[in-house]
Every structure is written in structure tokens, then in C-alpha cells.
Design a protein around this ligand. Sequence first.
Ligand code: 3PG
Length: 306
Amino acid sequence: MTKVLVATKKPFAPAAVEKIKEIVAAAGYEFALLEKYADQADFLKAVADADALIVRSDDVNREVIETARNLKIVVRAGAGYNNLDLEAATEKGIVAENTPGQNSDAVAELAIGMMIYLARGGFNGKPGTELKGKKLGIHAYGNVGRRVGLIARGMGMDVYAFDPFIPDEAIEKDGVTCVKSAEKLYSTCNYVSLHIPANAKTKESINYALLSSMPEPAVLVNTARAEVIHEADLLKVMADKPGFAYISDVAPKCVAEFESYAGRYFFTPKKMGAQTVEANINAGTAAATQIVAFLEEGDTTFQVNK
Ligand code: 3PG
């Protein structure tokens, strides 16, 4: 019997697990669940005889791929798939997919929520500032970036975007000003919200030159990935620019060094951009549906290792 394993260190909401179970059962497959595992060895044991795998930010490295002797498809229930070893999957003929767009509302709401939290001094009762009238730069205008722009425009922010992969007209039609370089975006905007993927090209690409060019008050909002930030440069900007703040979905490695900058940073205790019941249901059901579509009809619409 075809076995579908859901392996999530950070579990889905129970309602999402139920939906996945239903889709798997309707296809006549076996469902297996491994949640909150503390040890990668538990993941290796569970995946050994799985035909299909659903994960979140779980580490699907070469060892996992090679241990999973029956694996045909792995779906990252979410957008960013930097946790999948695509090279190892491709070598073994395993299809790797993501579920683009399914988490976007949740992540966009968190980005805006963190901006408000910082602007109001963590709700400390003292006068804060408003987002209305401030310039927001969206770095990468994909599913999440577009939604951040939509909410921000509703709040009266002046929205700019840089994305070399999206036609200018697609950005401008949303009432967003298209800029032609990252340099221009950062040097124009008080807030920059990051939505670039983590890969070899973007690793540590958010550096001193970009961040130090932002007009104060300047706020970098990171609901993308920690790896895209050049942390030494970030610390230098924190030291050099008293009007600069950093808010991020999960703390940087250099978190201890932020203690002296009270009021100029906020980090979620656990990565939680996609942690809503709705996003879990959307991404989980999309992942299960994509697995069935692939195993039954060979559908590879969302394959990322083509
Ligand atoms: C994504 O890439 O979709 C988000 O970062 C969600 O990650 P998570 O599944 O670990 O919450």
C-alpha cells in the first residue's frame, strides 16, 4: 500500500492533519504521522518505507533521501524549499514540490503585525508612530510581497517594489511603484519587507551598503529567511544608525548582541509566519492533493527540481 508520511517537527494544526488524512484515505493510501520529533534518527526511521513525504521546514537532507528507499515525491508544505536537498532528490529521481501561495496571507499579516508592534513601542503606552504615509519597499513581489503591499496600501503606506522577475506592469497595476534596483528600493524606503528566497545567490546579500542607505526611521522586516542577512553588517548598521530597527520572524544567530538596542528590534520566539490554522489547512491539503495528482496522473505542476 502506498504510504504517505507527514513529518513535521513543528506540527500542523490538528484540523489540517485531519484534512490531509481524509485526502490520503480517499486515494486509498496509508497515512503516517511523525510530529515534534526531537531526533533526526526518528525521521530517518519513519521515512524508510514511505512512498510520499510531506514536510514543513524539516531537514530533508541527502541522508533522508537515501534512507527513503521507496520515496517518489516530497512536498514542502510551504513556499521556501531551501530545506530540501534538491540535488540528492534529482539524483534519485524523486520529485520535489512546494505549495506556493498557500501560506501567503499568514506571512503577510505577520509582517504587518510586527511593523505595527514596533511602531507602537511594543504597546508600552508611550506615543508611537503610524505606518500611514511611510514608504514601504517590498523586496521581491511574489505571493507574500504582493499581499504585504495590498494591506500596506490599505493603511495608507506609500508602497514601492523591486523584483527583476516580475514585469513592471504587474507591479504598477496594483498601485505600487516599481523600482529598478535593490539599491534604489533601500535608499527610498523607511520600511523594507524582505520576500526573497534563500539560495546561493541571495545568501547574506542584505548587506551594509543596502541597509545603511535607508532613510531614518528605517525598519527592516524579515519574514523570509535568516540566511539572506549579512549579520555582521546588520550589527554594524545597528551600531551606526540609531534610527534603524530590525524585526524578524526568528532571531538572528547574533541575537545576544541586540540586548543593548531595546525598542529597536523584535524577534518571534519560534518561526511562526505560517502558523495559522488557515495556512496549515491550505498548505497541508495542497501538499496532499499534489501527491495524489502526481501518483495517480503524473502531474508535476509544482515540481521545483525539474
Ligand atoms: C514558507 O516557506 O512557506 C514559510 O517559511 C513556512 O515555514 P514553516 O512551515 O516552517 O512554518
